[in-house]
Design a protein around this ligand. Structure first.
Ligand SMILES: *Cc1c(COP(=O)(O)O)cnc(C)c1O
Length: 426
């Protein structure tokens, strides 16, 4: 078989199985094309994408404006490294810092790299500004977090599969219960060496856990009181996914869905990735104000690809799409319809115990044991019926379509989901 011959799904799966490391367990579907809310498999079957590459493709697959910006920049200049200046990075940094309301941005490529960057900034700030003794800084994180896959990040993961046989682990992290302000307060009060508190505004990978109303704002206030950095990992929740530009800004009384400046829960350090490029290219970033970001000096941190001209052009286009197409408003409106419809359905259907989420980041909990294959089996049936979703943890199915979806398409998807689950019981 020549490398570029058309493959069947089975051939493509066999190739990955034989020649690729087995670090994922994909749903058996082989995609070869995407447009907007749709993807197609190699046999030409069309599906609604209800994962959006873990919320990277918020702007829809192959958005012409984003692809256009990428192709145009790729034909002009792709990489200089940061050894030299390029004429796109500064433009992007000005655009993105104004867009999100911070003084400065540090560009990286993947979400995990941005998390690592935030942790390094936080520690350096703790030693140089807060005055913690070197090597003593502690960062508070939450149980069942997901922040990526590096050795330091898995050091504070609760997921035994992600950790087993990857030790020794990085020190300097304290784990507390998510959505528990008392636990945060106790952790802050029991230790003078706390540098930061890093949290997901909604725990996505854990199963779309939405914290109690006011949790983030109160957590920020506690951090402020103890001179501790409030670090929000919005890699999955950010960029309109939860019905606001940022999930941390849904925690105040402000009604502006494109606002990111809500003082109540605005993070000191903001971590973005995934949809920052609309899924076209790996682009991530850490944003903070000067008083924090200026601890970083030449030689302290870097990345060959971070801040490259293609990434800069793509990110500007991706953020413009979010604003121009009012994706936050759309996610907010469609999310309410989705949860209302599925909550009704859950009342009369024994297999679905509940639906939860915010904006278009939602999940249903399947009424079965954690280790049952029911959620997976439902996802296989959803695939057969033209909709792609994947279980998160055990019996939870996440539903996160591209935010460019319209109401008619959403209602069609709700119909597919209800029909599939109803048939599944038989
Ligand atoms: C996906 C994700 C990451 C890691 O991003 P990668 O690009 O896969 O490294 C970090 N934090 C959160 C909340 C995520 O959802």
């Amino acid at each position: 078989m020549a490398v570029l011959d058309q493959l069947t799904s089975q051939q493509a799966i066999d190739l990955e199985n034989k020649y690729g490391a087995h670090n994922y367990h994909p749903l058996p579907v082989v995609l070869s094309k995407g447009e907007g809310v749709y993807v197609w498999d190699v046999e030409g079957k069309k599906y609604y994408d209800f994962l959006s590459a873990y919320s990277a493709v918020n702007q829809g697959h192959c958005h012409p404006k984003i692809v256009g910006a990428m192709v145009n920049q790729a034909q002009t200049l792709t990489l200089t490294s940061r050894a030299f200046y390029n004429d796109m990075l500064g433009r992007y940094e000005k655009f993105a810092t104004e867009y999100f309301g911070f003084d400065k941005l540090l560009p990286m490529n993947t979400g995990a790299e941005a998390v690592e960057t935030a942790l390094k900034i936080c520690r350096k700030w703790a030693y140089e500004i807060k005055g913690i003794e070197e090597n003593e800084a502690q960062i508070i994180v939450c149980e069942n977090n997901f922040h990526g896959r590096t050795t330091t990040i898995i050091s504070f993961s609760s997921d035994s599969v992600a950790r087993k046989n990857f030790g020794p682990f990085t020190k300097g992290f304290i784990k507390i219960e998510y959505d528990n302000l008392q636990a945060l307060e106790e952790a802050l009060e029991s230790n003078d060496n706390i540098a930061g508190f890093m949290v997901e505004p909604i725990q996505g990978e854990a199963g779309v856990y939405v914290p109690s109303e006011g949790y983030l704002a109160a957590a920020k206030a506690l951090c402020k009181k103890h001179n501790v950095l409030f670090i929000a990992d919005e890699v999955q929740t950010g960029i309109a996914r939860t019905g606001r530009l940022l999930a941390t800004c849904g925690n105040c009384s402000c009604e502006d869905k494109n606002c990111s400046g809500s003082p109540e829960a605005k993070p000191d350090v903001l971590i973005l990735g995934k949809a920052l490029s609309g899924g076209a290219y790996p682009v991530s970033a850490v944003l903070a104000n000067d008083g924090i970001m200026n601890v970083i000096e030449p030689g302290n941190h870097g990345s060959t690809f971070g801040g490259n001209p293609v990434a800069a052009a793509v990110a500007i286009a991706a953020l413009e799409v979010v604003r121009d197409e009012k994706l936050a408003e759309n996610a907010d409106r469609l999310g309410k319809i989705f949860r209302q419809e599925l909550a009704e359905f859950a009342k009369e259907n024994e297999l679905v115990s509940l639906v939860r989420g915010k904006g278009l980041l939602n999940a249903i909990v399947i009424n079965d044991t954690e280790d049952s294959s029911t959620a997976w089996d439902i996802c296989i049936k959803l695939r057969d019926n033209g909709l792609l979703a994947k279980p998160t943890h055990g019996n939870i199915i996440r539903f996160a379509p591209p935010l460019v979806m319209n109401e008619e398409e959403l209602r069609d998807c709700i119909r597919i989901i209800k029909k599939t689950i109803t048939e599944f019981e038989k």
